[in-house]
Design a protein around this ligand. Structure first.
Ligand SMILES: *[C@@H]1O[C@H](CO)[C@@H](O)[C@H](O)[C@H]1NC(C)=O
Ligand SMILES: *[C@@H]1O[C@H](CO)[C@@H](O)[C@H](O)[C@H]1NC(C)=O
Length: 198
């Protein structure tokens, strides 16, 4: 189920050609992830889900991942963390999740985060239909990583794959389930045509 793969070019390929190819490949995708720290990733045009590598188990030392998320034009992105546990003994210097508005060289930082749990107050809306989420790890001794979901902001009832019915007090409710919750440790499922579809 892991959809993240590094694109490798044969040895000897000239770097200029390599980066041009990579650029073309990335431009064609609605969204992309790159690096060796990417875990389970499903990035759709309306919603998606992604985790740090090995989640729900500890992430390795010295990994990096960047998820470039692009939703439909004219929409904005809201991000929600279902679980967040990043070693903060270095005060977010070398182990962190960083969120940007936009993709590429013109992106601007929204914030850099580490520690346990993550309040989503400032992370809940992007300025445009694009955000970048970066995950960086260095030598660390605790932290099992994160699971995040996103959707367009016209879905105020977005949940993450880790929410279960016991989290809601109403006897009946309707929630927006993001793409990609078909995970062995997630409890969201449903029936077609009214229920959850990946
Ligand atoms: C990271 O490296 C340190 C020092 O080598 C080691 O003690 C620790 O177990 C490693 N952590 C992980 C998650 O591999
Ligand atoms: C985003 O957060 C602000 C306050 O921080 C809140 O007023 C707003 O409703 C939130 N938007 C969404 C889509 O959750």
């Amino acid at each position: 189920m892991v959809s993240g793969r590094e694109r490798r070019l044969p040895p000897g390929t000239r770097p200029a050609v390599a980066s041009l190819l990579l650029l073309l490949l990335l431009r064609r995708d609605a969204a992309a992830q790159k690096g060796d720290g990417c875990g389970y990733t499903v990035l759709g045009p309306e919603s998606g889900t992604f985790t740090s590598i090995n989640y729900p188990h500890a992430y390795p030392n010295s990994t990096v991942c960047e998820w470039e998320i692009r939703v439909k034009p004219e929409q904005r992105v809201q991000l929600k963390f279902g679980d967040f546990d990043i070693d903060d003994s270095d005060s977010c210097h070398f182990n962190y999740v960083r969120v940007y508005n936009g993709i590429g060289p013109t992106r601007t930082e929204i914030g850099k985060y580490c520690g346990l749990g993550l309040q989503v107050d400032k992370l809940n809306e992007s300025k445009s239909n694009e955000i970048t989420v970066q995950f960086m790890s260095d030598i660390h001794f605790y932290g099992h990583g994160f699971l995040a979901s996103y959707s367009t902001t016209d879905k105020p009832d977005l949940i993450t794959c880790l929410d279960t019915a016991s989290h809601f007090s109403e006897p009946e409710f309707s929630k927006y389930c993001p793409a990609g919750c078909v995970l062995p440790f997630a409890e969201i499922y449903g029936t077609i045509p009214h229920g959850y579809r990946d």
